[in-house]
Design a protein. Sequence first.
Length: 423
Amino acid sequence: MMIRYPVSCLCLPSLLLLQYTHGFSSTNVVRNTAFASTRSASASIKSPTSTSTSTSTSTSTSTSTSTSLFYQPTELPDSLDDAAILAASACKQYASDAGAMSRCRVDFDTSIGDETYTTLKSSTEFMQKFVTAVCYEMIPGVKEIREKEIMALVSAKAELAQLGVSSDDDDDDDDEEEEEDTAGDGDADDATMQRKKELIQIIQCGGRTPKLDAKGNFLPYDGYTGPKVRIYFPDEGSAALARRDWNPTSPNAENALVPPCVEFSSCGGVQMQDISQDSIIFFFCPKASEAEFVEEALLKSESALEDKLQLTIFVNPLLVDMGVTGFGLAGRMLRERLIDNLMPTYYLRTLAWGALTRIYPNQFTVWQEDENSDDGYRMIKSMERLPSNPEVEDIYDIENGFASDPEKQQGFGLLNAIGDFVN
């Protein structure tokens, strides 16, 4: 289901970096660049070395920007990549407005009611792209590290080409040719041959500085020592699967689907990880059975990290369930303590006839498919709060003449009630 997205809130270098490195497509990435750069500049956060006056001005500008956008409707994204970038930008904006240890939630559901796959399974790809975008936007130095790797990769390929070796050729064949050339030339330059091997290794590592063990095998990447991003998965199995597939410490940077600052944990079990460097925490699809652990882990992290913890993000939380927490006192207390205080920074749910979306600080907006519209959708309602499922269907029915709008009725007499019942 193609969804429309007009502009990006990230600057052009960030977008190009995302599309080059971690599987982000180039479709619709560079349009509206001037507006994107302006939005990025107005929403940026000053560094800790800035003066107090500059910080105050930045905070004031950010708050003013959020206030001005609060009454604006939310546009739809073009693709999964756009949705991830939008969600990351919204989280960054909210963290800037709310300050340290803020909490928010991101809801992403494009299943349209199809329960073939679990929520965890169906949103894993979005999560990978979203985490990557958040790291580049909010973790200092991560984007710069990847930029240096890209430059090292490009430079290595260019230098290797000048030496007469193609980086696309098979490495073993290159080694054999080099050995034959050296054997046939008594004055062969050993330094040049060694440099070729170094350049080939840099290319094999995607621009990362290669490290080899005694057997000549590449070692996992360990060059990152900055703030961490921790993801709590519902169980150790899903955490281990993501650790293997996303592979942030891969020797080859191009095989790493998330930056090296990402750490993986699970809800429950023995917690042995070091959380002292955590800067952002994700709880990915936490279920009602993990609600107690989630609350304890969150409070422990906030108590230990204090201002070092920028933001906690709940992605597709399912913390209230009739069979576990119930909807009585236990469920209500959990909502009051944890769920109700989460700011919905990004919301996207596809419907059989359209979509419902929200990007902080804009409004929740209902869109309906319309073949007569240039973009295939038209906005039918925008509101400040998240509408319930019945309200969403009522909005559709009223827009399409299947029900009357209570706000336009001139009374609630018997005849009006009978008319609504007949409809």
